[in-house]
Design a binder for this molecule. Sequence first.
Ligand SMILES: [Zn+2]
Length: 84
Amino acid sequence: MSTWRTYPFSWVPAAGQRHATAAPGWCHGERVVALCGAGVEAVDSAQAWLWWTCPRCDVKAHELAGVPMPGSGPVVVSRWAGVW
Ligand SMILES: [Zn+2]
């Protein structure tokens, strides 16, 4: 398992959702604390990676990455608005 990560969190499928955790690593069956605060048991299976993303972990992950959530940024109004 590599310890290098792009961001200070990892995605972890658990409890039927794709959560994120600040834990440096996890193994199948390991209990981790997700960014949303839930204590969950990690599931490493091909299907698990397709689970729905936990919305609270998604928001926290975007905050940690310094990337705004899609649609959450300031509304950019083109200075050409109304011209066309
Ligand atoms: Zn979560």
